[in-house]
Write a protein that binds this ligand. Structure first.
Ligand code: PAP
Length: 351
């Protein structure tokens, strides 16, 4: 299912019959728990389940629950957290290249693999009954996640614990996130019947019924934590990454414990990283134009679907002024007094 190079070894650790039995029982138990949760027809025909205030794609919720129970953190772990369609692909590429720079092999992997195949979302590791052994992953373990902060394993969030992990969160302006989600959901829907209209998408999104949504609560949980513990949670914005990619790469590198050296500053490493991970570069690679991968829900996804326009403010091409106002009203309401703000919130000019 995964083409991640370390995934096979994560599932090779021998288990006793008793351990296998325990895993099978836990799997059954969690599936029952999920089947009793509120359900929604969801986006792209994948049912959504409401768990502790967030809507999860049903096939992945099992992974979130298992991750919470079974994950064993290491102090060097770095989580890359996003709400879907906020720039995960870009963040994964940047983190991977920043972390692996200096060693030619891994860095060039980004040219032949989709960033999602450099390391998949961690909850997807846990969707099978068999619990993976992540000790097989090289250190530092980079792990992407869409899981809301409050639902990450306690061990990851426990600031008293020596294993408390670092987290980089990338957030995106909600209207652009909505438009990107809409295109992606319809792109993977597989049939005309399961496509949704933009009006339906706006309605669902504003009610919080979007994958891993409500998007505002998702952003605010990480935002609050980044303000409380800036040494452990780095909060980035897609729009800032677009405007000042080099400054953001430096910030990421420092946070990840691999600061850009004076030598690298002199030899143009930062610009090289930005160029290698740019939308233009990645979307033009053969693997991302014609490749296909399986996602966490078990669907075949064209890699090209992860690269649509990569622009700030594309919502203007897709949302009516009324739709934009509706999303902005929710954004203003939810973000009021939190210190978090987004660009492009003014009502668009009416004809
Ligand atoms: P995912 O949650 O399915 O992984 P994610 O990567 O978070 O999706 O978001 C996809 C968006 O990031 C797309 O935005 P769009 O629909 O508005 O175009 C995609 O184009 C954009 N994107 C992907 N790679 C890059 C990149 N290298 N630079 C900027 N934007 C990118």
């Amino acid at each position: 299912m995964f083409s991640h190079p370390y995934i096979a070894s994560c599932f090779e650790t021998p288990k006793t019959e008793a351990e296998k039995y325990e895993e099978a029982v836990a799997y059954q138990h969690r599936r029952e728990e999920i089947s009793n949760l509120p359900v929604d027809s969801g986006w792209g025909n994948i049912p959504g389940r409401l768990y502790k205030g967030f809507w999860f794609p049903e096939p992945i919720l099992y992974g979130v629950l298992s991750l919470r129970r079974n994950f064993r953190p290491a102090p060097s772990d770095i989580f890359l957290a996003t709400c879907p369609k906020s720039g995960t692909t870009w963040l994964k590429a940047l983190a991977f290249v920043i972390c692996s720079r200096g060693s030619n092999g891994p860095q060039s992997m980004i040219l032949s693999r989709n960033p999602h195949d450099c390391y998949p979302n961690i909850e997807n590791f846990y969707i099978k009954p068999q619990v993976p052994d992540l000790d097989a992953m090289p250190s530092p373990r980079l792990m992407a996640t869409h899981t809301p902060y409050s639902l990450l394993p306690e061990s990851v969030r426990d600031e008293e614990s020596p294993s408390c992990c670092r987290i980089i969160y990338l957030c995106r302006e909600p209207k652009d996130t909505l438009v990107s989600t809409y295109h992606f959901a319809n792109g993977i829907s597989g049939s005309d019947e399961s496509m949704i209209s933009m009006a339906e998408a706006v309605e669902l999104f504003c009610k919080g019924h979007s994958p891993y949504g409500p998007v505002w609560e998702h952003q605010l949980e990480y935002w609050a934590e980044s303000r409380r513990r800036p040494d452990k949670v780095l909060f980035l914005k897609y729009e800032d990454l677009k405007a000042e990619p080099e400054a953001n790469v430096r910030m990421m590198a420092r946070f990840m414990g691999r600061p850009i050296t004076a030598e690298e500053e002199a030899d143009g490493t930062v610009a090289e990283i930005v160029g290698l991970c740019s939308f233009e570069k990645l979307s033009g690679l053969e693997v991302n134009r014609v490749g296909v991968r399986m996602n966490g829900s078990g669907r075949a996804i064209k890699n090209s679907l992860h690269f649509r326009k990569g622009k700030v403010g594309d919502w203007r091409e897709h949302l009516s002024p009324e739709m934009a106002d509706k999303v902005d009203a929710v954004t203003r309401d939810k973000l009021n007094g939190t210190g978090l703000s987004h660009c492009n919130l003014e009502p668009p000019a009416r004809p």
